[in-house]
Design a protein around this ligand. Structure first.
Ligand code: SF4
Ligand code: SF4
Length: 319
C-alpha cells in the first residue's frame, strides 16, 4: 500500500497568543510607517495606563454602554450572577466574574454591547496580516509589538519576531521591562529597536504607582545596554506630581548616563483611556493628575539635553 505523502509547511505555526488590537499606519512607535500589535497581559498595573483592557492576560468582557439597550439578556446567562442592572445601568461585578471560558454573557448580547478585550490568533495568521501591511510601510517601516507587555507571552512573541526578522521586516517592541531577563535573551537577536519605560527611579514610588518595584526593570535596562546591539530608546511617561520632580529627573539622567545610553522619549500624560475604565467597570485614578504644561515639558527636555541625552517630546521623534 502506498502511504500518502505529507507535505510539511515549515512556515506554518499553530502557536497561539492573545492580542487585543492591530493598528496600521502608526508613525510614533518606531521608524517609518508601522503596524502595531497589542498583546494581552502586563506585569505592571500603572494607574495612568491608557490600555487597561490589555493588562489582564486573559481577555475580559468589556461593556460598551452606548450600545446597551438594558434588555437584561446577558444577566440570565451568567452562572456567577456577575451582571446586574441598577437605575437602568448595567454593571459587571468584576469580583464575581469568573472570566468563564464560555463567555456566555457575550454570546447573548445581540447589540454587541459586550465584547471581549482580546482574541486568540496563531503566529501564521498574524504573520499573514503583517505581510499584507508591508506594501505601505515604505523603506523604513515595520512592526512594533506593544500591549500590555509584549514579552509576557514569550513563546508567541519570539516566534513572530523571529519570522519577521527572517523576512527582513524591521522589528520594535515597547516594553515595561518587568519580565525575567531570559525573556529578553530569547528575543534580542530578532529585535532592531527597543522602547524601554523608566517610570520612576525610586523603587517605593514605582511600586505605589505600578504595583511592582523597579529592581528587575533597572537590572534589565543595564543588561540590555551591554548585550543588545540594536537601538535602545528609554521612555518616560511624564505624570505631573508623580515623576516630574527635579529629583526623579536627575536620578533618571544619572541612571541613563551610568549605563552608557543617550536617548529618551518623553510621553506626556493624557486621559484618552478614561472611557475604557468605565467599560471595565474600574476606576481611573489617572484623572486625579493634571496634564503636563508645555513649560514643564520644555524645562525637563532642556535638562536632559544639557546632560548630553537626546530628548524627544511626544511625537517629536526623529524617525
Ligand atoms: S444583552 Fe447586551 S444589550 Fe442586553 S443588557 Fe446585556 S449588554 Fe446590554
Ligand atoms: S464572562 Fe462568564 S462569569 Fe463573567 S460575566 Fe460573562 S458569563 Fe458571567
Amino acid at each position: 500500500m502506498q502511504l500518502p505523502v505529507m507535505i510539511l509547511n515549515k512556515n506554518h505555526s499553530d502557536t497561539k497568543g492573545y492580542i487585543f488590537d492591530i493598528q496600521g499606519l502608526s508613525v510614533h512607535d518606531g521608524p517609518g510607517c508601522r503596524t502595531l500589535i497589542f498583546l494581552n497581559g502586563c506585569t505592571l498595573n500603572c494607574f495612568w495606563c491608557s490600555n487597561p483592557e490589555g493588562i489582564s492576560r486573559k481577555p475580559l468582557p468589556l461593556h460598551y454602554s452606548s450600545y446597551c439597550i438594558t434588555c437584561g439578556k446577558c444577566i440570565g446567562n451568567c452562572s456567577q450572577n456577575a451582571i446586574s442592572i441598577e437605575n437602568e445601568k448595567l454593571q459587571i461585578l468584576r469580583q464575581l466574574c469568573a472570566e468563564c471560558e464560555k463567555r456566555s454573557c457575550i454570546d447573548e448580547c445581540y447589540t454587541n454591547a459586550l465584547r471581549l478585550s482580546g482574541y486568540e490568533i496563531t503566529v501564521t495568521k498574524l504573520f499573514e496580516i503583517i505581510s499584507r501591511d508591508r506594501q505601505y510601510w515604505g523603506s523604513k517601516g515595520g512592526i512594533t509589538l506593544t500591549g500590555g507587555e509584549p514579552l509576557l507571552q514569550i513563546d508567541f512573541s519570539k516566534e513572530i519576531l523571529a519570522k519577521c526578522h527572517e523576512a527582513y521586516i524591521h522589528t520594535a517592541i515597547e516594553t515595561c521591562g518587568n519580565v525575567p531577563w531570559k525573556n529578553f535573551q530569547d528575543v534580542i537577536s530578532y529585535i532592531d529597536w527597543i522602547f524601554f519605560d523608566l517610570k520612576h527611579l525610586t523603587s517605593e514610588e514605582h511600586k505605589n504607582a505600578t504595583k511592582a518595584s523597579n529592581t528587575l526593570i533597572l537590572e534589565n535596562a543595564k543588561r540590555l545596554s551591554e548585550e543588545f546591539s540594536g537601538r535602545l530608546v528609554f521612555r518616560l511617561p511624564l505624570i505631573p506630581n508623580f515623576n516630574d520632580s527635579n529629583e526623579n529627573i536627575d536620578n533618571t539622567i544619572t541612571f541613563i548616563r551610568k549605563i552608557g545610553q543617550k536617548e529618551i522619549n518623553i510621553l506626556p500624560l493624557h486621559h484618552l483611556g478614561r472611557e475604557k475604565y468605565q467599560m471595565l467597570g474600574s476606576v481611573y485614578y489617572g484623572g486625579n493628575f493634571p496634564l503636563p504644561t508645555s513649560e514643564n515639558l520644555r524645562s525637563i527636555e532642556k535638562k536632559f539635553k544639557e546632560s548630553g541625552i537626546d530628548c524627544y517630546l511626544g511625537g517629536e521623534t526623529p524617525f
